[in-house]
Structure formats: C-alpha cells, structure tokens
Design a binder for this molecule. Sequence first.
Ligand code: GLA
Length: 582
Amino acid sequence: MPELQTAADGFLLDGEPFRILSGALHYFRVHPDHWQDRLRKARGMGLNTVDTYIPWNLHEPVRGSLRMAGGIDLPRFLDLAAAEGLHVLLRPGPYICGEWEGGGLPSWLLAEPGVRLRSTDPRYLDAVDDYFGRLLPLLDPYLSTRGGPVIAVQVENEYGAYGDDRDYLEHLAGLLRRHGVDVPLFTCDQPGDLARGGLPGVLATVNFGSGADGNLALLRAHQPQGPLMVTEFWNGWFDRWGGIHTTRPAADAAAQLDTVLAAGASVSFYMFHGGTNFGFTNGANDKHTYRATVTSYDYDAPLTEAGDPTPKYAAFREVIARHAPVPDMPLPAPSKKLNVLDVRLPQSAPLLAAAGLLGPGVSAERPRTMEELGQDFGFVLYSAALPAAGPVTLEVDGVADRAQVFVEGQPAGVLERESHHRALAFTSPAPGARLDLLVENQGRVNYGQGIHDRKGILGDVRVNGRRLQEWTSRPLDLADLAPLAFGRTDAPPVGPAFHRGVLALEEAADTYLDLTGWTKGNAWINGFHLGRYWSRGPQSRLYVPGPVLRAGDNEIVVLELHATTRMSVDLRDTPDLGPTEE
Ligand code: GLA
C-alpha cells in the first residue's frame, strides 16, 4: 500500500499530491456483519479513507487482557477496509471522547483513588504503556509502511480542550514511535485549543462544523506550513435523554464542505455513519448537570443508523465530485425492514427477587462503588436494614447516576444525579425493614474533567441524620441473563422486572423495537443487548440490526425498571428518533 507524507502545502501519497477524503465509521458501533456494506457505501460517496477510534474499555475490560473478537475484531475491520480500497486513519486515543462510555478509558483506571487521567500520573501512564504494548504490535502489519491500509495515526484526542501536560503528549507520541508506528502522526483540536493540544513535529489538524474559512485560517496561522486537515467535520450531532433529536440541513453542511474542499484541505466527516451505542456503551456530558447520551448514534449523518443513505449522502457526493473523481455508482438503496405489531412478552422475572441469581453480593460497613466492586457497566443493588419504624429522611452523598429506592420491595422514590436530588422522604413500616437502592450507571462522562466519573453510591447514606451501616453491594452487570427464572404473568409485577417473549419470523431483516408504553430500561434480542430506552425520549425505538435476528423463534427480553402500560412490544419498519424542535 502507498505511503503518506506531509509536504508544505498538502499530503503526498507515494510522492503524488493527495487529498484525504475520509469519514468516521466506528466499527464498535456497527454490527460486524454490516462492516463491509458500510465501507462500500463510504467508497460510493467518494471517500478514499475511513477513520476510526479504538475503544480501550472494550478491548481491555480487565487489566492485562486484550479482546479482539466478534464486534470488536479490529484487524478484520482493517482487512475489509483494505479490500474495499480504502485507507484508514487510526485514532487509538487512549482517550477517544466520542460520546463513548468514559471516553473509552476503562473504568478499572478509576479504582485507583486520586488517579489523574490523561496526564503523566504514573498510575495512568503505566496502564497506557501496557495497553499500547499489547495493541500496537497487533496493528503493526496494518501500517501502510508494511503494506496495510493505515496511512496516519492520531495522538490522544482534542487534548487542548482538557489539559496542558505537554510531557503526556510527548510520552504518547514516543510510545507510538517506539512500537514502530512510522506513518505520520497528527493531533486534532477545536480551533481555540490548537496551541495547547499541539506537539512540535506532529501535524496539527482542526475540528469544526461551521465557520470553515475562519477556522482553516486559524489552523494556518498556528501551523504556517503543512497540509490543512479537518479531522472532524461535524456534519450532524448527538442527542441526550430529555432533549430533542438534533438535525442539521444537508445543504448547510454541504456548503461548509465545499468551502473546506475549495481551500484545498483534507477532511474527515464526523460521522460518515454513526451507528449505535449498543448495551451500556453510551457516554454522558456534565457541564453543571449530568446528561446521558441516548442509545442511537445516528448523528444525522450521510448514512442513517441502519446504514441507509440520507439527503446528506447525495449532497456530499455532489460536492466531492466538484473537487475529486467519485465512483460511478448508483445511490445505495435502503435495506428491507420488518414490521411486526404486538409481540407479547408473557413471562416475567422480578428483578429484586432474582438479583441473587445474577451475582454474589459484597458485605461491608459502607456501600461500595462500582469501581471498588471491579464492575464496569450496569447496576448495583445496595441493601441494608432501616433502624426503626416511622418517618425517614434518606440522604445519599453521591448517587451515580440514578437510584430507585425500595422499602420492603415497594417503590419509595427515585434519586437522580441529573436532577441534583440528594434526599428522599418516606415511612419505614417496621424496625429492620429492608431498604434497597437499585443504582444505574447511566454512562460515564466522556468530556472534560468529569471523566473521573465513578459509579454507584459514592459516599455515606444517612437515615434521619445518622449514617447507615452494614451494607450488601451486589453488582448486576447483566452480561448474562441465562440464570433468570421466568414465570408466566397475567399482570405486570410491581417494581423492576425482566419480561420475555418469543418472536417468530420467516426471515431476518433490520427493524426497530418500539417501546411506547414502557418507561425506562434495557432490551435484548437473542442475547444481543440493544441498549437503553426511556420514555422521556427523544428516541422511542431501538435499532435492531438484521443479523441479530434469525428465521424461526427469536427471544426478546425487556428489563423495565418502573412500569409498563402493556405486556407487548412492536417491531417497526421506520426509526423514531424523536421531535426535532421543543
Ligand atoms: C469532539 C470529539 C469527538 C466527539 C465530538 C462531538 O470533536 O473529538 O470525539 O465527541 O466532539 O460529537
């Protein structure tokens, strides 16, 4: 494969002037059976390159292990990109932001009290060294200098928006070089952060969605020579629970793209295809108020979450064609979608009663955080005994992120980090009454100093001013639901419960699970964790990739944390990402 070089006024590929026309496609947000299809569509839009982050937390869920199979088989993704004739920009972080849980930093880093992430703190840096020491040799054959598709590698991610520890960036660049990464390195930053985030000798690039002329001028002022590159051209945006579905007109984004290309700059679309935050993988923001990102990462991109072309696909291809040759391919057709109404979920398993089947609890004087429990995602069930009968004011120091409170198994209220709740009042029926707090990790913060985001109950719990002691903390990561014993129910049980039903299909195809009437929880099909749903929206349907389904019987499991108006779900042939205006 050809080699990339930087010249005073642009890139060279094997000595010839070259413009990178790239799009972000995160393999970990797309079902692996769809990778080839999405890559081919990238080529069809006129792209010659794709870029991807690498999520450390999925690849090394336990320190010292490295996972690369199935949905995170990065070598396979790189092989497929190469087979489609695409170059690759690799963005291994280790911090990747991306609205991804914790910005991709594994939660086990936070088990160390006081650890300073994204710095030269040896407790962090040793872990980075170990991880890159395992990851990079595996990726070595994929560098273009060895005949692979990877033409350039990014150092960190928008570091200028976070810190000024130049030694940390130097260390990362040195680490990449020591492991044989001999393709060009680059950093990317928002325009105002270029000086803080840059590194001498490493190509600086810029991220923006609008104001192309001015922002490219800022990059040129910061870096008088070298290729102009927009590493993230934000053509859409992400959504948060409780907000609207954010969209951006194709014509507006296309006009900005035209300005970028007319300036001779290289570009990567953020996102070309957003995909989905399957399972518990969404991130969150916390600028005074905690806001979790939704399950869909559709991003209003050129391809929808299901890989269908949007008006942006045609508009961008047209703009690209003004500046570079585009393949003579017809617009891709949308994939077939299933529509099946009223799939009954007649069986259930109440969560509080079943919790013991899902994992052992840890007894201690204080509630343990998720990180202390060695748990990355999911819920923790905290249990203790109330000291007396009568009125109770329950105070919790640090709920991360949402605690449902139960007294003798009956719902007593909810404490939400997002709402800055700290206390709840209820009545204890008897001395020794059982108190349960089911605490959900709604996604670790992925941007800013808030990435030091530990989960569970973070401090003391007081009852009428006195610290409550003797706790059981039970991790519920819900990675394996097989131990659950389901029974037939005529009426929905009180409190959180799993609901199960069977969907008989003649053929598999993409579809959207509609959870209208349900309140909040998670859904699985054939053991594949589709993600979270929440009636507050904006999205009300979860994308189901066709390869998750099969001809014959399919098992649907829904964990409803509160209550449902119906014991059935629908599969719909259109998405519903919610209203685009307040
Ligand atoms: C920044 C980050 C990306 C992503 C976008 C917003 O540019 O670098 O990872 O978080 O913001 O979608």
